[in-house]
Write a protein that binds this ligand. Sequence first.
Ligand SMILES: Cc1cc2nc3c(=O)[nH]c(=O)nc-3n(C[C@H](O)[C@H](O)[C@H](O)COP(=O)(O)OP(=O)(O)OC[C@H]3O[C@@H](n4cnc5c(N)ncnc54)[C@H](O)[C@@H]3O)c2cc1C
Length: 478
Amino acid sequence: MTEKQSVAIIGAGIFGISLALALRDRNYKVSVFERNEYDKNEYSPETGAQAASVDLNKIFRASYGTELHYQRLAMESRKAWLTEDEKRMSSQTDDQNERKLFVNGGMLRVQPTHEIEAFEKETLENMERDGLRDTQFVLSDPKDQQRADSLRWKDKLLHFEIPQTSPAETYEAVLDSLAGFVRCSNACAHYQQVAAAKGVEFHFGQQGAVESLMKAQSTIETSKEKVTGLKTKDGVTHNADVVVVAAGSFSTQVLPILNSHLESSSGSLATFKIDPSDTKLWEKYSPEKFPVITWKSAPRDNAGKDTGIMYALPRTPEGYVKVGFRGIKFTNFQPAPEGTPFTQDGQWSVPLSSDESKSIPALAAEAIRHFVSIFLPEFKDCPFSSTKLCWYTDSLDNSFVIDYVPEYAEGSVFACTGGSGHGAKFLPVLGKHAADILENGDRSSSYMRPFWRWRPEAPRKNGLEEGPGGPRNISNCF
Ligand SMILES: Cc1cc2nc3c(=O)[nH]c(=O)nc-3n(C[C@H](O)[C@H](O)[C@H](O)COP(=O)(O)OP(=O)(O)OC[C@H]3O[C@@H](n4cnc5c(N)ncnc54)[C@H](O)[C@@H]3O)c2cc1C
């Protein structure tokens, strides 16, 4: 069968890999350009690669407040993770649990107080609406407790005391038995190999580092330029019918027009290391015993914003317990290059270098320490094993941006980015929806189409309205 168009994808993170696979399945000629040498290091987090997808683990959840479409996409993805793991396990003989890409160990959503708050109520209502309420267990509800017990989830329905309450009060919490985590780096390495085996061509390192896009005046849409391919760091040019920008938090630097829709900001991560000889801690924080914990340290604010989120994941097979703070997503505003189509006071927020991203602001470290003192008390006085700023690609409304970029002629540039801190869980299915949009545009049958389209009319919200003078600019926070 003759191949359809040629598509060059910039970035081999979750968005790039997932789309590459789905396009190949639709018989496109697909090449992926990636500046990190993932072929050699298998997406190892130890390399300090600047990519949100390169990480030990990320949370899998289907709880999305009123966003029923993401809840449904998460359920679609969950099914795909389970199927993929089943396939992988049947061909392996080593420790199966440690090799799973998706670990369905549950997630405890701890509330800001002893009561259920607004976002949680919306989530439970939508779970009910989709017939999933039985998968959720509310700590203070005796019926839910009983059900959790009969289904062997009760040990993860944990009680945490609210500090300085007398008589002592307990945080309300909801255990989500659909949730857990994905082994992010392992999943990328796996799906990259699947894509390569299907005929996706990969260019890594110097050969994959994209320096510029090749452009020409369109003869069809004469007022516009079209992109005809790209040039890599080794000086080689590569022609393509469609160039896809899937470069995560670097997408705006690859294609500056994206800066009108996206902003790079960072979450703060810290790890603790447990030695296997400490059998008590090793057991307690294992995925079998310890759920993912998320804590909203503050109720929804008067402007309707949910803030103050902290989380911890069970230990990895190597013994790392990861804790994250996303109460403040730090921006890094720098002067934007001349001619950048959208800037704020001539600046844009771009990721710090890999070295500069190895430390976190003091206020993030303090928030993590406070969280740890309540929820992982054994680590209260332990030094961090590592710290890292991990860079988000935030959109104006937290929904992804997966569509043609109308500023370029003839459908020559497609954006597949804007993960906004929740894209990892969708790896197995995101590309299928994105490929359908790439192939069919407005005729796409994907139910995500309306949410992911190019949306210049979207108001500047989600913190992207703040700009360099805003309170999150990291130079004001260290
Ligand atoms: C702190 C944090 C916590 C998160 N937690 C969760 C979670 O719990 N659950 C969840 O589902 N999601 C979570 N996410 C979101 C998820 O990690 C992202 O949505 C997803 O990883 C984004 O993938 P990506 O492919 O768009 O970007 P990336 O993973 O950043 O990949 C982009 C790739 O493009 C490459 N690249 C960039 N520029 C070039 C160039 N010029 N040439 C060649 N290659 C280039 C980079 O090297 C990189 O490999 C979190 C994100 C962050 C930052």
